[in-house]
Design a protein around this ligand. Structure first.
Ligand code: ADP
Ligand code: MG
Length: 704
């Protein structure tokens, strides 16, 4: 059976064999069988173990082959040496799916790798769907199925959250937090070594599953990032996807010689990809749970204006700071709201946002204040803070806040600084209470992420533009590729970029000793003289670039200076020649680039350019495909964007030109997969597109 429906044999089996079940408490084999029975699996279960006749009053089979009924799913928890044999028996029995808990496969190396390969061959032979090996199992909490095929000592509630984890140990931690927060699950899957079913398969399965409204992922690595991108783009607009991904920095960095290569790294690719497909990345399981709680209990805000209601100054200020620092806005409450609040609150209160009702605030005052604030059209979300004074019961406040928030269609986040037992008790007993947090920052963080989700849902798809390209340039790249690859000559770089519509500088290549008159006449003064060579990455580092040359005499002097500088830096033999180049008009320097990641494919980069790019690092990356919307976001997303727009009487530059250039670069990169590194630094951008110029570029082609 192929396709996604095939996963039903794992998640909706009619019968399960637990192979390796034992009567000994405290073992995985015991807990698995126990969980299936205890959770109330709505199907048949068959313990399998040759050493026992019955377990927990149920007949135990010596092998799966001695079961007379059909078996849909086998959960396997036998010592690693027996897994292959048991799997083979499952195949002969006609079992369609395996969840392999046993460890001792690829993750241990050596013989484990061979064992996993042999398991792969059995999968081919019998057409199983497999979860694992080396995992902690699966749960389908749907009341019609009720399958707890894990060995976690818990009984998860049924709900709308689907969880996929690549780490079994963290899986247990996640299940514990889910239980503690009173959240309900639709599915839980620990994928282990992913010999068959991957995170992507599960995403696809959950995309159309009507029980699942929210997806939480814990990932250590991406199997197929491109498929993930496609899937996630489709799903995230319907169901929020929250991801915890451990970051890789230096280890995954791409070693390459140019700017883009130096600045990129695996985590940058991950970050770019997640942004482009609307996945919300959080940094810890805690944060994931905070956000899951928010999504499950709250509607998504319709805007970013937040009101804060508190009975204590300090936490109110903390909340307000967090709101502003994280890019949300503090609502301007309407006059009507402020008047209503003033009428009911003591004089010492503050009726401006943040609304401080002071310590005497009663549950009733919380209720009425919430009503006024939620009615205000200037408010999209409310953070309500309660620090319990001695006379007031937290429960009463939460009850009043809950009744005021009902059917308002606006998200409310309760922050309560109270005794520990309340955090579990209140959500359990007041089931429709707004989500409850311990600190203002965690509430605000969850709200920020919800708002990001709203922005993503409202964001247009965008399209990938195609531009006309002069046709005679394929040879440049293909020829280099056939010749073993390497950096293109500067004149070839210019031709290639010009064919894709980049405004390259007029230039002539000359040798170190050629007469310069013709070149200078062709280019025209003022001009620039620079050295070039494959190994010379930063020409200006040793005086290899002279700008603003006004006449023949200055040009000769510049050449002598460049030669002298090369000698001083002892790089004379690296110089392959000189370039006499048109001098671009003054403008802002930006960088456009591309690096390839073995898994993620080409990464495009945009940022503030020039000599300081590595220091300032104000850059943005995107994976393919890059749409017009992506290109705009890339440009608007850098910190220096206001500089491009023009500040303090400074004229802004042609931003549309930049956005279009990014899309042209994307097309070039797609058209030539053999280009593995490309760096345009700088493009000098000016207020008018006619005078924008590419002044320096490097392109490296991979060999055949
Ligand atoms: P490199 O990056 O190898 O040091 P560049 O060719 O990028 O060499 O030149 C360094 C700097 O010199 C550029 O960032 C730019 O400020 C200036 N420059 C270089 N070529 C030109 C040009 N044709 N017109 C105007 N400025 C230029
Ligand atoms: Mg440069």
């Amino acid at each position: 059976m192929k396709g996604i429906e095939a996963l039903d044999v794992i998640f909706k089996p009619r019968s399960i064999a637990v192979i390796g079940a034992t009567p000994r408490k405290g073992t995985i084999g015991y807990q698995l069988l126990h969980n299936i029975i205890q959770y109330g699996f709505n199907g048949m279960v068959f313990p399998v173990n040759p050493n026992h006749k019955y377990i927990k009053s149920i007949k135990c089979h010596a092998s799966v082959l001695s079961i007379t009924d059909d078996v849909d799913l086998a959960i396997i928890a036998v010592p690693k040496e027996y897994v292959l044999k048991v799997a083979e028996q499952c195949g002969d029995k006609g079992v369609r799916a395996l969840v392999i808990i046993s460890a001792g496969f690829r993750e241990v190396g050596g013989a484990g790798i061979e064992r996993e390969e042999a398991l792969g061959r059995l999968r081919e032979k019998y057409g199983f769907r497999i979860i694992g090996p080396n995992c902690m199992g699966v749960i389908n909490a749907n009341p019609e199925v009720r399958m707890n095929g894990t060995f976690a000592p818990l009984e998860p509630q049924s709900g709308v959250l689907a969880i996929m984890t690549q780490s079994g140990a963290l899986g247990v931690a996640i299940l514990l937090s889910v239980a503690k927060l009173n959240l309900g699950l639709s599915y839980f899957v620990s994928v282990g070594n992913k010999i068959d079913v991957s995170g992507n398969d599960l995403l696809e399965y959950w995309a159309d599953d009507d029980k699942t409204e929210l997806i939480g992922l814990y990932l250590e690595s991406f199997g197929e990032p491109r498929r993930f991108t496609q899937l996630a783009k489709r799903i995230t607009k319907k169901k929020p996807v929250v991801l915890v991904k451990s970051g890789t920095t230096a280890a995954g960095a791409i070693a390459a010689s140019s700017h883009t290569g130096h600045l990129s790294g695996l985590d940058i690719a991950v970050e770019a990809l997640l942004q482009q497909c609307g996945v919300i990345r959080v940094s810890s399981i805690d944060e994931m749970m905070d956000l899951a709680l928010a999504f499950v209990k709250n509607p998504v805000p319709r805007g970013n204006r937040v009101a804060v209601l508190t009975n204590a100054g300090g936490p109110g200020i903390m909340a307000t700071d967090a709101i502003i620092n994280q890019g949300l806005a503090i609502s301007q409450l309407s006059d009507k709201t402020q008047e209503s609040l003033a009428k009911m609150l003591p004089e010492e209160s503050s009726v401006h946002n943040p609304v401080d009702m002071i310590a005497s605030a009663t549950p009733e005052q919380y209720e009425r204040a919430m009503q006024y604030i939620l009615e205000d059209d200037n408010v999209d979300a409310v953070i309500v803070i309660f620090v319990p004074p001695i006379m007031i019961e937290p429960r009463e406040v939460v009850e009043k806040v809950t009744s005021a928030s009902r059917r308002r269609g606006k998200p409310v986040f309760t922050v309560m600084m109270a005794e520990e037992h309340h955090y579990e008790e209140l959500p359990r007993t007041i089931t429709d209470a707004p989500p409850l947090y311990r600190y203002p920052e965690s509430a605000v963080r969850a709200l920020v992420d919800m708002n990001r989700h709203r922005v993503w849902c409202e964001r247009p798809e965008g399209e990938v533009r195609r531009f006309a390209v002069a046709s005679d340039i394929r040879d440049i790249v293909d020829g280099k590729k056939a010749a073993g690859g390497g950096y293109l000559r500067p004149d070839d770089v210019s031709r290639l970029l010009a064919a894709y519509g980049f405004p390259v500088c007029r230039a002539k290549i000359v040798s170190m000793s050629d007469d310069l008159a013709d070149a200078a006449e062709y280019v025209g003064y003022p001009l620039v003289l620079k050295v070039f060579g494959n190994d010379i990455i930063h020409k200006s580092d040793f005086g290899g670039v002279v700008v603003g040359i006004k006449d023949a005499q200055e040009l000769e002097e510049a050449r002598s200076n460049v030669k002298r500088s090369l000698q001083r830096a002892e790089v004379v033999d690296q110089a392959q020649g000189l370039m006499v180049q048109e001098m671009a008009s003054a403008g802002k320097e930006v960088i456009l680039g591309m690096a390839t990641d073995p898994k993620f494919g080409p990464l495009l980069m945009f940022g503030m350019g020039g000599k300081y790019v590595e220091i300032i690092k104000d850059i943005n990356f995107r994976v393919m495909p890059v749409t017009d919307v992506d290109a705009w976001e890339m440009v608007k997303g850098i910190k220096s964007y206001p500089i491009l727009e023009g500040v303090r009487g400074d004229q802004g530059v042609d931003i549309e030109f930049i956005v279009e250039s990014i899309q042209r670069l994307a097309q070039l990169v797609i058209d030539f997969p053999s280009i593995v590194e490309l760096d345009i630094n700088p493009v000098i951008v000016t207020p008018a597109r006619e005078s924008c110029r590419v002044v320096d570029a490097r392109i490296r082609v991979a060999g055949e």
